[in-house]
Write a protein that binds this ligand. Sequence first.
Ligand SMILES: [Zn+2]
Length: 461
Amino acid sequence: MVIIALPEKIFREYDIRGVVDEDLTDDGVRNLGKAAAVTFLRDNIEEVIVGRDIRLSSERFFNVLAEGLLSSGVNIIDIGVVPTPVFYFAAKKWDKQGGIIITASHNSAEFNGFKILRGEGTIYGEDIRELHSIIVDGRFREGKGSLIKRDVRDEYIDYLCENIDIKRPVKFAIDGGNGTAGIVALDIFRKLGLEPVELFMRPDGNFPNHHPDPTVEHNLIDLKAAVAEGGLELGIGFDGDSDRIGVIDEEGNVLWGDALLALYARDMLKNNPGATVIFEVKCSRSLDEDIRNYGGNPIMWKTGHSLLKKKMRDENALLAGEMSGHQFFSDRYFGYDDAIYAALRLLEIVSKREKPLSDFYREFSKYKSTPEIRIECEDARKFDIVREVSDHFKKTNRVMDVDGARVDFEEGWGLIRASNTQPALVFRFEAETEKALIAIREEFSRVLEKFKLDTSSLFDS
Ligand SMILES: [Zn+2]
């Protein structure tokens, strides 16, 4: 018998994600369910939570995935269509060790995918690739599971409302990007007495208005217009499955993940002096300085939400965050990335602040920086190049190499790292002055010369 496996390339570092009908077929997804079942049962997990996002293919994939799990003897708690963080919430509240959420996060409509929870957190790396080899080898089990439906929505809404303290009705706009946020967010705001200006809150798997990713500035155009027109205090956007948050202040400036994390950290540190905050290597030097200034313990760590979550548990950190808008709260919450909860924490902070958010924006953005720059580079070479660049700079500069190489210069830093998800090298630069920012990039470009890459985009912005 020929076993229909999903293509190996869609088993990525943090999740499984591919194009519907091209990469993701019914037979392939059914077999993914069977393979996941093998790993659940091996860890004595007999009952798992399964949820799905609002994509047009999600229900269809739910049905075949469930067939695979049930025919292997795993029981399913079907929580229906939910944001990814609501899926994590169900697992925490009901004390379940396993689950699968069907979602392609912020990808466009033709994609779908799977994030798998097993044991302490979402699986990544080898644990994801193992599923592919179980399918290829046909190492399945037979059994007979059962399925029950259970609603988590009300429990989630009540929990969030009871655990947030908004001092006054903040004026803001909200953009759901036609993703899953609309399923719960509006009910939460209303219950808290908030009346946001609503944009694209109706779930629609075609994503008819813009790409469901608020961490790409182009997708914030409507939100900026709504904030400007209404004279509002801020705007908040969610990605397709509501684990990424995007924020603009009252002037339309974007508060990227590092700025947001600094804001959360200042507030959290008032009640938890000395607490640890974890962030990825792409974050501004401002963040490290800000956390120290407010009495916290900053730790710079690897990019990738699964890796940050693991580090957070290892260090007992209360907060963590990424530039990509994933913000993790263990302070008063469960430690996973929930953009709806992050929105509430932000509204809580704004409701207590006397000054506008733009004031914080200017204070935080004291350095000049580039956005993330990607340069194409074959997978086979990318790690070697990073190692060589790192070794080169280590002779003269301080280099932090937890993830790629972040090279410190007198007036700033430059980062090179290999992308975990694409054949690409990722760069970012920051410095005290424009002049220094150019000088650091020139230095990198010289060191990269011998690899014959097209480095012109290093200087694009
Ligand atoms: Zn997402």
